[in-house]
Design a protein around this ligand. Structure first.
Ligand SMILES: Cc1cc2nc3c(=O)[nH]c(=O)nc-3n(C[C@H](O)[C@H](O)[C@H](O)COP(=O)(O)OP(=O)(O)OC[C@H]3O[C@@H](n4cnc5c(N)ncnc54)[C@H](O)[C@@H]3O)c2cc1C
Length: 511
């Protein structure tokens, strides 16, 4: 390794934290800056009236990514956080009053589906869907994961890999098919298909527009489980912060980076408080598109201004402190819309809040009683909305939409008295998400994964435009969600480390 490689990480979301930990594990001198008063980005926490709410992510999957990040320095993630496996993974409430639990065990789930929708081969359809999902997951591991990818040419080294096996793998990615079409080809019951659609809500995209390769998410969840870190998802951010500190990285809150200093196409440092602080290399965890537009600027920034990037969906979150918990809720619950086509058409095509939305609920008190005063619940209600449009004024829209959400819970989730149980209430709107996290149009999950071919690709982790600049986070490869952004942090730091030690072709990459 080149001695004394200094690295600035811009943004302390989970992607930035993961990058800081991996770069520090590899011996680099790391300083992380975040504009907010806390580190962790969307993995923030709200304490209010004796209740504790995770403000952003709540469903943790693929803990292997965390394990790999901690293993970089010979440590175990389990010494830093107490992860508990949750099964059922989700409880599902449908508009017709029926319910089903999504169980981790495939045989149990298939039998449950046959009971739920008899005589349709639903269980067998689910097994076939998961077999495809497993295959797509395997191909994703081979071509997309743990490496810096921007397009098909990064994925497949044509000279080295052009063989029948690779071609078979690429064709099997089913780039021509959508997630929704693939699911409905295997599972006919409309409610079960609606449930399976929701794996792509983890990446804030429409199942009707997202490429079938994203069906891989289902296998990632069934194979690796759904986990809860005791103390809440915030414990993931805190575990990474502790690891970064143990490895000698410096974490600076309340420190906005105003620009990346660039000379002759190469990074020279970052601008903070009007002055340039010199660094050899920079990893940006700020939204990838906004990094180019606002931190890099110049000709590169103008190119990114002109390119049409579609943000992923945004959302409204209600944080409801209840004086009495609902015993019929599981830890994670989905309260489904009356019509998924109507819902996704509104959010992703018309750009308007859905008339009858799906609500995701986290009711963590059964796993972690410390979230609420005894007998109470820190209920988290998330509804996906379109990314911000110029005419959306959520200060005006929220009261009516809040009521629509509560009415939905009363009607479909067996919570008729919810309003009487609320003793504490706070909200997060798309406008809040936009300003708190400096994202593109209030997007929760970076860029949408729409488009049969390009839906699988995001801006790459090693900048082609600026030498010494790397990208991590939900709007960079491989995409959003906790495991993927932490993987993106690993990839960015790994690419940086290879470049610094001369084992990769960064000059070629940036030329
Ligand atoms: C309501 C909600 C629910 C979600 N639910 C789930 C879930 O259940 N499961 C799941 O896996 N994922 C979920 N997600 C998505 C997940 O939270 C994100 O994909 C992930 O946390 C984003 O991490 P990131 O690394 O992209 O950074 P972010 O969390 O977006 O953080 C980026 C940080 O960079 C900082 N920053 C930006 N610009 C600058 C600058 N110029 N200078 C200094 N600092 C800067 C920001 O302040 C911010 O702290 C959810 C997200 C939200 C909002």
């Amino acid at each position: 390794m080149m001695a004394g490689t200094s690295v600035a990480v811009v943004g302390g979301g989970l992607g930035g934290l993961a990058a800081a930990c991996v770069a520090a594990s590899r011996g680099h001198d790391v300083t992380l800056y975040d504009k907010n008063a806390w580190i962790g980005g969307k993995a923030a926490v709200l304490h209010e009236g004796g209740f504790r709410f995770d403000m952003g992510p709540t469903i943790l999957t693929v803990p292997r990514v965390l394990e790999r990040i901690f293993a970089e320095s010979g440590r175990s993630v389990h010494d830093y956080m107490d992860l508990r496996r949750l099964d059922p993974q989700w409880r599902c409430f449908f508009d017709d009053g029926s319910r089903i639990d999504l169980m981790e065990n495939v045989a149990t789930m298939a039998a449950e589906m046959d009971r739920f929708a008899p005589g349709q081969g639903a269980g067998e359809g689910y097994r076939r869907f998961l077999a495809l999902s497993e295959h797509l997951h395997g191909v994703s591991e081979k071509f997309f994961f743990w490496k810096p990818v921007q397009d098909l040419f990064d994925t497949i080294d044509i000279r080295a890999n052009l063989n029948p096996g690779t071609l078979r793998d690429v064709l099997s990615l089913r780039m021509h098919a959508s997630v929704a079409g693939t699911i409905r080809g295997k599972v006919r019951d409309a409610r079960l298909a609606q449930m399976l659609d929701h794996f792509v809500q983890y990446v804030g995209s429409s199942p009707y527009g997202a490429p079938a390769v994203l069906c891989a998410i289902a296998h990632m969840q069934t194979a690796d489980g759904v986990w809860y870190p005791m103390g809440g998802t915030r414990a993931v951010a805190e575990g990474l912060m502790k690891l970064a500190g143990d490895l000698g990285a410096t974490l600076k809150a309340d420190s906005e980076v105003e620009g990346v200093a660039i000379e002759n196409g190469a990074v020279k440092g970052v601008r903070v408080g009007g002055a340039v602080v010199p660094y050899d290399r920079v990893i940006s965890n700020m939204d990838a598109v906004r990094t180019y537009r606002e931190l890099v600027g110049g000709e590169v920034g103008r190119t990114y201004e002109k390119r049409n990037f579609e943000p992923a969906c945004s959302g409204v979150v209600l944080y409801l402190g209840l004086n009495k918990r609902y015993d019929h809720l599981a830890h994670h619950d989905f309260v489904f819309s009356r019509d998924p086509e109507e819902e996704f058409d509104a959010i992703y095509r018309k750009g308007e809040p859905a008339p009858d939305p799906t609500a995701y609920l986290a009711a963590p008190s059964s796993t972690d009683p410390s979230v609420a005063p005894e007998g109470g619940e820190a209920l988290y209600v998330l509804v996906h909305t379109p990314y911000l449009r110029p005419h959306h004024d959520w200060s005006q829209m929220l009261p009516a939409y809040r009521q629509k959400i509560l009415d939905k819970l009363k009607r479909t989730a067996g919570m008729p008295d919810i309003e009487e149980r609320i003793v504490v209430e706070r909200h997060l709107t798309p406008a809040d998400i936009h300003s708190r996290y400096k994202v593109l149009n209030g997007a929760i999950y970076g860029l949408a994964s729409h488009g049969r071919i390009m839906g699988a690709f995001k801006p790459g982790n090693r900048s082609r435009e600026v030498r010494g600049l790397y990208l991590a986070g939900g709007a960079a490869h491989p995409g959003p969600g906790m495991p993927m952004v932490m993987m993106s942090g690993w990839i960015a730091a790994d690419a940086l480390d290879r470049d610094a030690s001369g084992t990769a072709e960064d000059l070629k990459a940036a030329s």
